[in-house]
Ligand binder design. Sequence first.
Ligand code: SF4
Length: 736
Amino acid sequence: MQSRRDFIKISALGIGGITLGSQGIPKLLGNGLFIDPVVSGMKRIPTYCEVCFWKCAAWTHVDEKGKIRKIIGNDSDPHCNGRLCPRGTGGVGVYEDKDRLTTPLIREGEVGSQRFRKASWDEALDLIADRIKEISAEHGPESIALFNHGSSGAHFTHLMKAMGSSNTAPSYAQCRGPREVGYKLTYGSVLGSPEPLDIRDSKCMVLIGSHLGENMHNGQVQEMADMIEKGADIITVDPRYSIAASKSKYWLPIKPATDIALLLAWIHVMIEENLYDQDYVKNNTIGFEQLAHHVKQMTPEWAYGITTIKPSMIRKTARLMAASAPASFVHPGRQVTWYGDDTQRTRAIAIINGLLGNWGKRGGFYFAEKVKIPKYPYPEYPTPKWDWRNILNGRFPFAALSISNTFIDATIDQEGPYQIKGWIVSGTNLPYAIPDISKFEKAAQLAKFIVVVDTMPMEITGYADVVLPECTYLERYDDLRTSPHREPYIALRAPALPPVGDSKPAAWMARELGIRLGLEAYFPWEKYEEVLEWQLNKVGSSLEEMHEIGIKRFPRKSGPLYQPENELPLFSTPSGKIELYSQQLADTGFDPLPNYTEHATPPEGYYRLNYGRAPMHTFSRTSNNPYLADLMDENFVWVHPKVAAKWNLETGQKVYLKNQDGVKSEFPIKVRVTERIRWDSVFMVHGFGHSNKQLTQAVGKGASDNHLITDVKIDPIMGATGMRGNFVTFIVDATT
Ligand code: SF4
């Protein structure tokens, strides 16, 4: 039986975690876990991790010489249960990275050139404020857009709203947007983060292209280990034999881009064989008759010809899911922007979960609750004259948040009524995150002004007119973490050390800019601690208490964790029920029930480009981290042995990749020959292939998948950018 310790070890690909040696230098351990050295006289300061967006609460331990000795998980935190993942323990590398930005920079070279001169904060902030005023005077404040990813975005979002612009773009359209829309349409509510999945008590979990264990969503990985320990079953659908697949009862190596056909066939089996929860469906859903009629012909035999999954396997897995219901679910996924029909795929998943009757059930979805933190009493924000919805102009009717790519389009569009002229980019390396790099570059050339706020000199900084050096999460206060969970919690992030060099917190930068823009009323505090203290007092706590405990638990107010047996749940859909058939979609001209649409397959000699995560890295933001690079400093392209034989490739050999549009990878990438990938696909870990020479650890190592994603499949329902419709071939002579 697999223990949790073993599982974490396996999740880290057996490479191990990180601990501190006698010189305070993290070193690898064989067992994959952090070993806590006994060092006297250390202070511990609460934080929550920013190495990824799971936000595990942690303690930073600082010795008497002011050196960070270790970062360990907070035992009270359900996101991590006291255990950080390898990346989280490697957070000390975020602080120590010698390539960090430590002073404001003003560009001297041409756009994209990475040539800057150092500047004082006053000069940099005055310049930004002047340019924002100029652009606002000419085009309105709405013409400034914010691209953000991470905690700092909240401070700039506040500044933007105070200025009169609500054009702020998170990673919604590149990540979980379609899932949230699919669930909103079906259940009337979004899932949020962490997803309210009762994994630890589940008897059967289905993963579709979701590689838990490699993406290290910490709490979920731990619960997955718990369910394995209890003998529960996992079914993994993935063209790649992932870590999760290796822990699964069944691995279904599906032909890529055919998942909806499999989902529809599963629905067919559940209905034809009366496996679904009939009472639950009768009482809680609408549209069952239409659904049954819709999938009548979508037999496992029909799906076999599309997915390459045998009918007997489709039936067997459908029966297993149903036999375990309601403690059984299909994981709704997270990075789900694949083929342009992603909202519909998520709808199909939501429908299966409806048939399993798992909403509000132990082992299915629990009812999450979060602490409502009162808003600090700022003045009302001005109402913008227009926003991102105007840019969409009726497209993507179910988009609930702005679509970052449409800000790129609105920067290129020099004629339209809703143009973006200036960018503030906070914590997101756009050339490695937004697909279609040529469009991005065109927009960056046309933008009148770009400010980049980051801790590291990423590729995006090369496009900035001004670069503002942000201190890391270990050196600043940020907003309280209030993510929903089984019990409501808050977590504090506090600085363990003063900022390195002349780096500053985003809250300070936003305030300084606000003052220069005449928006002092929106920043009536000297230090951000005042905001936190005010908010904490309102919920019956204080900074002093939170420094002591790091995380505070509150009693639930919204009712029980699971649906009481004798009560029917209420859904916030128009019908008040789970909408298997979506009248909202029908009314807006979309398929009210999910349909399988055939997607292009790779031309001869090309292979579908699949990308994903490794346990020790988070996108391109960690590839320069000295400790995490020790674990993995480049990515490989996974190639099936049949394909390797055809191309005469060997493990370790360097190749360039070229996509269907003739775009070649900037750097060569090493081949990994493995049976763990289908013959029609290749796989690579996202976030490598850096070109910025100031990233001394990461430059030129591996290749960037994002540069090869030039065919973007847009989801017509909500605008997400599907990125898995790209194919690559090999340029074997890596010297060309
Ligand atoms: Fe940090 Fe790992 Fe938690 Fe992400 S999962 S927040 S990297 S400890």
